[in-house]
Design a protein around this ligand. Structure first.
Ligand code: UGA
Length: 437
């Protein structure tokens, strides 16, 4: 298939490279010339395992190219919309200007039989509005809503082998014909038995925000239990293990700690609440406000824990923060709990040094006043508290005995419940964590 992909960020760059890997002819289109230039040289503009290799091999076949010109989409039949929908400044709602600009930019090039496939996360109702634009410009082109569920850090794997496909399709002959075209694009995964749910546009848009809201709720649920554990002397990791054995609950996404961040869960639950308000059903999602509050309280509690460990004040105390990315295997620092805690501690008078295996450049752009260290050794030199804020394997695997000799005071805060308290205590550390004795 001839494919265009609008937006070459975390979603679009991976999608374009994966579609070319599957044998399609793909052009990735983005408004940022630097992004397009990097991708065209086979270099990923962000850290995503497997992406550089995939870019390189797909570019070498000649099936993948990148462009800043929407006209490059003219020869494609299937057009994926993969641009971002960030939170609006000082509002809960999603900013749809990039989605609208991408679709508007594509309209002049649509031909009969073309299929526009929306993948961006949008408030329900957006796809219907975009479908009208598509039909006005080219009555014989069709829009499908096909939300994306990839996780950063596993984006290539999730795109090539998704756990399900969701198509929001108009119940018309043209809609069904468009779905058949999308089936051809995804022929390999569908042939491997990946489930497909074909539904209406509204359901397809809701599936995505419902999924992310559920995941956010699951994380905040266990973090609320962590608050109970802290008040009672119980252990949240054992609690999670125990309830997680119930297959109806499941252990995944029950890791208590600093909570969720990133470019998706926080802004998606807020945009969902904003949309529910517009639809007059805000009560249905008022629990998400609590989910958000629980999540934010964890960051404050971590600063309090640092204060406790320092004997009542962090002013002038040296704190090493290991981790800046919102999660491991990513250099994404959008709404990163790690950086949020680091910044709060610095603002409250601590001397904070942050390290991260991949995210220092992005973190330094966002928080230029923080001090960064390239290595763990440099970050912890002379530290009175070490906070593990992102569970990178290199931090989980730290040798507490070796690290003990590098710090001034052996206090460790486990922000992700990812360290072994027994081993750290045995090596002489004071170990503290959220929701644990
Ligand atoms: C999330 C969803 O998991 C994807 O399915 C979705 O496609 C994506 O958003 C999106 O909307 O594009 P992602 O933002 O990459 O993916 O990250 P997650 O793996 O979901 O982690 C989100 C945050 O929750 C991270 O900060 C992570 O540290 C935190 N988390 C995760 C916990 O605090 N506890 C857990 O048990 C799991």
């Amino acid at each position: 298939m001839q494919i265009s992909v609008f937006g070459c960020g975390y979603l679009g760059a991976v999608h374009a490279a994966c579609m070319a890997h599957l044998g399609h002819e793909v052009v990735g289109i983005d408004v940022l010339p630097e992004q397009v230039a990097l991708l065209g040289q086979g270099r990923a503009p962000f850290h995503e395992p497997g992406l550089p290799e995939l870019l390189e091999s797909s570019l070498a076949t000649g099936r993948l190219s990148f462009s800043i010109d929407a006209a490059s989409a003219a020869s494609a039949t299937v057009h994926f919309i993969c641009v971002g929908t960030p939170q609006k400044k000082n509002e809960y709602a999603a900013d749809l200007r990039y989605v609208r600009a991408a679709v508007t930019g594509l309209l002049p090039f649509l031909k009969p039989g073309d299929v526009v496939v929306g993948k961006s996360t949008v408030p329900v109702g957006t796809a219907e509005e975009l479908a009208e634009l598509v039909h006005e410009a080219q009555p014989e082109a069709e829009l499908i809503w096909n939300p994306e569920f990839l996780r950063e850090g596993f984006a290539v794997e999730d795109t090539l082998r998704p756990d399900r496909f969701v198509y929001g399709v108009a119940d018309t002959d043209q809609g069904r014909a468009a779905a058949a075209v999308l089936d051809e694009v995804y022929a390999r995964a569908l042939g491997d038995g990946t489930p497909k749910i074909e539904t209406d546009l509204a359901t397809a848009q809701l599936v995505k925000v419902a999924a992310n809201s559920f995941l956010a709720t699951k994380i905040s649920f266990i973090n609320a239990m962590a608050e109970l554990c802290e008040a009672t002397g119980a252990d949240v990791t054992q609690l999670a293990d125990a309830i997680g054995h119930d297959a109806r609950i499941g252990r995944r996404f029950l890791n208590a700690g600093l909570g969720f961040g990133g470019g998706c869960l926080p802004k998606d639950i807020r945009a969902f609440m904003a949309r529910a308000g517009e639809l007059g059903v805000d009560q249905a999602l008022s629990f998400l406000r609590e989910v958000d509050s629980i999540n934010m309280r964890r960051r404050v509690r971590m600063v309090d824990l640092a204060r406790e460990v320092c004997g009542g004040s962090i002013v002038g105390r040296k704190i090493a923060v290991l981790g800046a990315a919102f999660k491991p295997d990513s250099d994404d620092v959008r709404d990163s709990p790690a950086l949020s805690v680091a910044a709060q501690m610095q603002l409250q008078g601590a001397y904070v040094t942050v390290s991260d295996p991949q995210a220092i450049d992005n973190a330094a752009k966002k928080w230029p006043d923080l001090v960064f260290a390239a290595s763990v050794e440099d970050a912890v030199a002379d530290a009175e508290v070490v906070l593990v804020a992102t569970e990178w394997p290199e931090y989980v695997g730290l040798d507490p005995t070796a690290l003990r000799s590098k710090v001034r005071e052996p206090n460790v805060l486990d922000g992700r419940n990812c360290l072994d308290p027994v081993a750290w205590r045995a090596a002489g550390w004071t170990y503290r964590a959220l929701g644990r004795r």
